[in-house]
Design a protein. Structure first.
Length: 278
């Protein structure tokens, strides 16, 4: 459905139905199983990735099932930093519909299986801008009652990134940070693995992957994410690039600073203990 073609009063009297302050919601946590970051294959746009992060940030650690998420066009647009307008709301409605229809494939190496599903079970929009969303039940093992093997980040980080590749590289770097930024984080793989993780065209040569995907993502992340200072490194066999590494040098630089030699290192993102009952 093309919501932009509908002459409705659907966006003329929108309200913010959510009681939480928009500024506070940007600092909600997005918590997801690592397999959603490393083993899920999809073609979501940057906007759709941000909407899914917004939806996932609404999940509570104690949730045992996916509840209906009550929100509004006003809230979504404000949290995502979008202009409040009928055109914006129509685009968001289209995004929600696409998230309901688009496929995602999640690979399970232990089971030697692949889950083929969609992101949202339902998305319902009212004329006054009220929105209800329910996540597809197939995502329960990856988003509910997580007891380990998960990654978390602040919603505000991915919201400010404009590129799909930047968002995905950011998530991969968070997932690779097993030591909570106590030392340099290294994301390592072959060029083929990076193309698979990021959904880059298979036809890309390494030079295209580097210039059109990796370096652009690194540049945007370094500009906007406070605790990331990424560097791209490669290893060759002859003239062929056989290994790619992205290093986060942020903590390394901090350790070498004379002002911080004796200070304890703490991650920028405080870790929420999902094992504690709230």
């Amino acid at each position: 459905m093309d919501f932009r073609s509908k002459k409705l009063a659907i966006w003329t009297n929108d309200r913010n139905f959510n009681r939480d302050e928009v500024s506070d919601q940007r600092f909600y946590y997005v918590v997801e199983h690592n397999d959603l970051i490393t083993k899920a294959r999809h073609d979501l746009t940057a906007q759709e990735l941000k909407i899914m992060d917004f939806v996932v940030s609404k999940i509570k650690p104690t949730d045992e099932k996916f509840n209906i998420i009550d929100t509004s066009m006003y809230e979504i647009s404000q949290v995502l930093g979008m202009k409040r307008s009928g055109r914006t709301y129509s685009q968001l409605a289209t995004n929600l519909n696409d998230l309901r229809k688009k496929d995602v494939f999640i690979y399970n190496d232990e089971e030697r299986s692949v889950t083929m599903t969609g992101w949202l079970e339902t998305a319902k929009v009212w004329e006054n801008g009220k929105v209800q969303i329910r996540i597809n039940e197939d995502f329960a093992p990856y988003l509910l009652q997580l007891r380990g093997n998960y990654t978390q980040h602040l919603l505000v980080d991915t919201v400010q990134l404009n590129s799909r590749y930047s968002i995905l590289v950011y998530k991969l770097m968070r997932e690779a940070d097993k030591d909570y930024s106590s030392k340099i984080t290294i994301l390592s793989g072959t060029p083929e693995e990076f193309k698979e993780w990021l959904g880059a065209p298979e036809s890309y040569t390494f030079n295209s992957l580097k210039t059109q995907v990796l370096q652009k993502a690194i540049d945007e992340i370094n500009l906007k994410i406070e605790d990331m200072d990424l560097e791209l490194l490669t290893a060759k066999h002859g003239r062929k690039v056989v290994k790619v590494e992205i290093h986060n040098n942020f903590i390394h630089q901090k350790n070498n600073s004379s002002d911080n030699e004796d200070s304890e290192l703490e991650p920028k993102v405080p870790l929420f203990n999902w094992l504690e009952k709230q």
